[in-house]
Design a binder for this molecule. Sequence first.
Ligand code: NAD
Ligand code: USQ
Length: 404
Amino acid sequence: GSLQSDPFSKSKKVMIIGGDGYCGWATALHLSNKGYEVAIVDNLVRRLFDHQLGIDSLTPISSIQNRIQRWKSITGKNIQLYIGDICEFEFLAEAFKAFEPESVVHFGEQRSAPYSMIDRSRAVYTQHNNVIGTLNVLFAIKEFSPECHLVKLGTMGEYGTPNIDIEEGFITITHNGRTDTLPYPKQASSFYHLSKVHDSHNIAFTCKAWGIQATDLNQGVVYGVRTDETEMHEELYNRFDYDGVFGTALNRFCVQAAVGHPLTVYGKGGQTRGYLDIRDTVQCVELAIANPAKQGEFRVFNQFTEQFSVNDLAKLVTTVGKELGLDVQTMNVPNPRVEAEEHYYNAKHTKLIELGLQPHLLSDSLLDSLLNFAIKYKDRVDTTQIMPTVSWKKIGVKPQSVTS
Ligand code: NAD
Ligand code: USQ
């Protein structure tokens, strides 16, 4: 019929797991704005981590209920809300049966590498939460929505930093005269990053065994805070993490520059990663949904737009900070992680571009506005939360309370 020949109509109902978080909230609003019917599934555990660690978002964020109400009052659009833990299958099953998603975007994991390296219990929590949560999503799709396309947030960190080019998910190898295309080798370097590797294997297996259709988005480090939708109202503002556990490199450097804290380059600073603007996160997810994987296909996209070393980022923030009259210093912090500090890095990232991604590259003007944003909220910064406190080598079985 006519419905089937319109690929877009197949994917109008989108369940966003982790839709109260940094990437998920921006994506939920973006897709709602684009006419998708959106349901958020979240257990709000990210807000609990803030309370437990004594940290807070740079930006004040409203409750999920107020966020959704405000969105409705501004745009007239409804976002459905299911509060619960996807590790509890009964809850997830009810959410699937009630909403009947055509696409599921899965952001709902513990996503901090340092958090996963605090102590044994956080390492176990991270792998349990992430691996079992994803397994439950796979079972829910098989049982209740077998046609549903899974868009799963993975990480570029699954690949580590090999001394050869990084491909998008798969590499063709000739060995002893025979050739095959195989999953690209995984060398993750935290219990968090490893949880994503385990997820990828479970997803790939169920695509083969059950015919599930999935896209694994190996995302790089996200920076920025504003999207067209979140800036419509203060109650729609996104979270902005800057602390030593949840804050990520460029966002942290902008806050550090704003409050006059030296930029915290770990070790030699040659650590190179893929980065992208949060406005491109929402664009990439939309492209993945609108161009779904085929039944039984396990598809992998490398989701980033540019590569930078930590030293590159420090230099950029220093230059733009000076133009704003800030005195930006850099300090070399002994590296709390175990990772290569000088290495080759060249990762492919063409598949999303081929689908139509128009990247927002890191420019002076974006850095300028991000720095000004950090300056606007600098009175909310707790400078005792900036230095890293979690050591990859010192992790043990004793429960740690993270104190500054
Ligand atoms: P976030 O912590 O801000 O958001 C994650 C959300 O998932 C939170 O709202 C949390 O409450 C929810 N959640 C966690 N476990 C859950 C569970 N068991 N049941 C229900 N909800 C649960 O993280 P983020 O920065 O938005 O990242 C989202 C996804 O993107 C993660 O999977 C992360 O690994 C991936 N990613 C993030 C970045 C980045 O730089 N932020 C980069 C690459 C990949
Ligand atoms: N780094 C510093 N100084 C800092 C913070 C970080 O030098 O103050 C370095 C780290 O040592 C690392 C690099 O910057 O080499 C990136 O660290 P990060 O904390 O910005 O990012 P990471 O721990 O890799 O994790 C983040 C997200 C995670 C996502 C990942 C994408 O928290 O959810 O999976 O980025 S990627 O890095 O591509 O694996």
